[in-house]
Design a protein around this ligand. Structure first.
Ligand code: NAD
Ligand code: DAU
Length: 349
């Protein structure tokens, strides 16, 4: 069946994998990719599908209400998969307001534009909000986040994503707008912007630069390969139940310190360096303010109801990721020149 689908944030890290999957897998759909191309958006991430006949890129800002209303009126999208966001916790600590503008108000703008364009006829329509496990707050040593875990966001980023989810549910309740929300754990893979832990370490190990580990390094994250997240989004978009929430995670918990050690080992092998060389670059630095201690997802609902499974082991995924950064040196050089240098200096010195 032919559908018009709007994917927001499709020039970013996860969005680019989702756009590529949908464009290639569903030739009968038309995929519109709306992205403002902030520092995190990069058309290089999706250059392989730029000429596809079922694909259109639209540069635009979800904070621009008039632009959104015109766009939705013109295209009457069947579905929206909403990924556009400010996504980095450290940036939200330095400047919370942009997170409120894009993640909260931007989401509300999209919901209103979608609702108005549908004119209350929501048959076969869906608004799918891509959210994060950070809305649930921080876990102690045991336990997992389930779909019933109460929201308890701790950073401005997490609070803005929680507010975005609340807004989606409120539109569902008030206007009967059909929605689904999924909350995913930490992603890694190709095209990950090197402000985040894994690509930052890959970049720094290559350059023999120090590897900044916040606090005691015992903070724990549950890592998932980005293509497995994209596959989950595809499955949930097509087979998920309207009005439901699905948690997505890798069942793959690592403390930051163990993870950085593993990266050092894999990179030493790749670079033909003496064993233990890169681990000497590990440097403990000042902790992130309000740092969440542990995230871990219970993805059993998604696995049992929709049959989703992660497809690669962590080590396989990391090797693929490292190889991607080696074969795409130009990408890394481009994104780490210019404003990244100021960001890095400001964050780490
Ligand atoms: P990203 O920062 O790599 O990409 C965000 C994209 O949104 C960029 O292309 C950017 O240009 C675009 N964007 C930002 N502001 C915009 C605006 N005002 N209008 C239009 N486009 C705008 O982020 P990501 O890591 O790919 O995350 C994508 C989504 O998934 C986010 O909603 C994030 O909260 C969520 N998420 C991320 C992770 C993760 O580990 N990265 C995990 C769970 C959920
Ligand atoms: O859990 C899902 C979330 O994962 C997403 O919603 C966010 O968009 C995404 O950025 C990610 O958030 P984190 O804060 O967990 O990711 P980050 O890569 O920034 O940090 C991972 C862990 O590593 C965290 O405990 C902080 C730590 N860290 C990070 C950086 C950048 C360091 O120790 N040193 C660093 O230099």
């Amino acid at each position: 069946m032919s559908k018009k689908i709007l994917i927001t944030g499709g020039a970013g890290f996860i969005g680019s994998h989702v756009v590529r999957l949908f464009v290639n897998k569903y030739p009968s759909y038309h995929i519109f990719n709306l992205d403002a191309l902030t520092y995190a958006g990069n058309l290089e991430n999706i250059k392989d599908i730029a000429e596809a006949t079922n694909y259109t890129f639209i540069k635009g800002d979800i904070n621009d209400v008039n632009f959104l209303n015109t766009l939705f009126d013109e295209h009457k999208f069947d579905g929206v998969i909403h990924l556009a966001a400010e996504s980095h916790v450290d940036r939200s600590i330095k400047n919370p307001n942009i997170f409120i503008e894009t993640n909260v108000i931007g989401t509300a703008n999209l919901l209103s534009a979608f609702k108005d364009a549908c004119q209350s006829d929501f048959k076969n329509k869906l608004f799918y909000n891509i959210s994060t496990d950070e809305v649930y707050g921080s876990l102690g040593k045991t336990g997992l986040f389930t779909e019933e875990t109460p929201y308890d966001p701790q950073s401005p980023y997490a609070a803005s994503k929680a507010a975005s989810d609340h807004m989606v549910r409120a539109f569902g309740n008030t206007f009967q707008l059909p929605f689904i929300i999924s909350n995913c754990s930490n992603n890694y893979g190709a095209n990950h912007f090197p402000e985040k832990l894994i690509p930052l370490c890959i970049h720094n190990i290559k350059k023999n630069k120090s590897l900044p580990v916040y606090g005691d390094g015992q903070y724990t994250r549950d890592w998932l390969f980005v293509e497995d997240h994209a596959n989950a989004i595809d499955l949930i978009f097509h087979e998920g139940k309207v009005g439901e929430t699905y948690n997505i995670g890798g069942c793959n918990e690592w403390t930051n310190l163990d993870l950085v050690h593993l990266l050092c080992e894999l990179m030493d092998e790749k670079l033909d360096r003496e064993k233990g060389h890169s681990a000497k670059l590990i440097t403990f630095v000042k902790d992130r303010a309000g740092h969440d201690r542990r995230y871990a997802i219970d993805a059993s609902k998604l696995m049992n109801e929709l049959g989703w499974r992660p497809s690669v082991s962590f080590e396989e995924g990391l090797v693929k990721t490292i190889n991607w950064y080696f074969t795409n040196e130009k990408w890394l050089t481009n994104v780490t020149s210019g404003s990244y240098k100021d960001y890095y200096k400001n964050m780490y010195h």
